[in-house]
Ligand binder design. Structure first.
Ligand code: FE
Length: 257
């Protein structure tokens, strides 16, 4: 399996605090059947900044440490960038690091609560420049939770989306679990990934999530998502079913309310 979003680099964000913790995460990943991960440290999220060149260096170091420790995991460079107005310009400045360095794919995180007004325009501009934005964990954004069709609009306009494995498993609560499945139902999710930060409360659980998806949707969808992850790191085009609007059933008020 390939995990396209995790925080495995030591001492760069709210992921592992030491190299030992990174190696423990790597062992846990291998145990689950993960062979390759994309290290996607936070960038511009008001707490952590991780620039292009630093990430490349940290990934090289970690790969050497993994070889030395005999852990059969490959780490590829990536970055999880919080959306901001000048993001498109900073791609030219070698600040923003696409997945696996030379692909057109960029992981973009929305703020926790809002869907900024400039989002649509920025995602459009990025595509004009030849990049392909991937919104990470849309199911955990409050604005999308309230109006999932915000995601529909941008997916329809060419943006890709990644749902987090733990969300599908209900680890962020029932509401987030429900919307995660709804996004898959409406073809608004192209990838699942771990967004792992440690081996205690934010571990990989990717295999478990794929197993659940297989139970709910069958093996074809799971095979497609796994293939999408390979295509992402190789820079190939990503397959997506035609996105559909999310229909939210209104709650009935009254004596049962
Ligand atoms: Fe993340």
């Amino acid at each position: 399996m390939i995990d396209i979003h995790c925080h495995i680099l030591p001492e760069v964000d709210d992921g592992p605090r030491t190299l030992e913790e990174s190696l423990d995460m790597a062992r846990a990943a291998v145990e689950e059947g993960i062979s390759t991960v994309v290290a996607t440290p936070h960038h511009r999220n008001n707490q952590f900044d991780n620039y292009y060149a630093d990430i490349i260096e940290n990934v090289n170091n970690l790969n050497n440490d993994l070889i030395a420790a005999n852990i059969p995991l490959t780490v590829l460079p990536g970055q999880e960038t919080r959306i901001y107005g000048e993001l498109a310009e900073d791609l030219d400045e070698n600040e923003i690091l696409p997945i696996n360095q030379h692909t057109p794919y960029i992981l973009i995180e929305l703020p926790t609560a809002t869907f900024p007004k400039f989002t649509k325009q920025l995602l459009y501009d990025l595509q004009l420049q030849g990049y392909k934005p991937v919104i990470v964990h849309p199911e955990r954004n409050k604005a999308i939770l309230e109006d999932p069709n915000l995601l529909y609009e941008i997916v329809k306009a060419g943006t890709l989306s990644q749902v987090t494995a733990a969300s599908l498993l209900g680890k962020f609560g029932k509401k987030i679990q429900n919307i995660s499945f709804k996004l898959i139902d409406c073809n608004l999710c192209h990838f699942i990934a771990s967004d792992a930060h440690n081996i205690s409360n934010r571990s990989f659980v990717l295999r478990e999530a794929y197993e659940l998806l297989e139970k709910e949707y069958g093996s074809e969808l799971v095979a497609q998502m796994k293939k999408n992850a390979i295509d992402l790191i190789e820079g190939n085009n990503i397959f997506g079913y035609v996105p559909e609007r999310v229909v939210i059933k209104k709650k009935l008020f009254g004596i049962f309310g």
